[in-house]
Design a protein around this ligand. Structure first.
Ligand code: ZN
Length: 145
């Protein structure tokens, strides 16, 4: 069963600070975006791959390393905020804010445009990261950032 994590505290501390800064900036600007997903387990990643909803298999997404975060638009419909991935929302401004905080934005990806997605740059390739995390744990990877 897929269990979505939206806890910011599951992310690398540097990314936690950046996401919190983004959220206060978004609030200040009146842009209704929220955090949708943070850490994603390898088995959850494999599940979204198997369902055809991601190009990345287990261990091939930075979500498995606490280095990626997905946002969602939270427009007010009637009296309540709903989740929305409509392209009508101001994803471009969201992207600019994330980039200004030093993140890589999925809206600029060449392979598959992923506007809700942001990553903290890692000095290791995802293959090196997988090997390191499997032998020494995620903190060994986090120490490099
Ligand atoms: Zn993502």
């Amino acid at each position: 069963m897929y269990e979505r994590n939206d806890k910011i505290s599951l992310l690398h501390p540097v990314l936690v600070a950046k996401v919190n800064n983004m959220l206060s900036e978004l609030k200040h600007s009146g842009l209704p975006f929220a955090v949708f997903e943070t850490w994603r387990s390898p088995s959850n990643q494999q599940a979204v791959f198997d369902a055809g909803n991601s190009k990345a298999k287990a261990w091939r997404s930075w979500h498995q390393y606490g280095l990626a975060v997905d946002f969602v638009a939270r427009p007010l419909v009637g009296s309540r905020h709903v989740w929305s991935w409509s392209p009508d929302h101001d994803w471009q401004t969201l992207g600019k804010i994330g980039i200004r905080h030093g993140l890589r934005w999925g809206g600029n990806f060449q392979s598959i445009v992923d506007m809700p997605h942001f990553e903290l740059p890692c000095p290791k390739s995802i293959y090196e990261a997988e090997a390191l995390v499997k032998t020494d744990g995620v903190l060994a990877l986090w120490d490099l950032i």
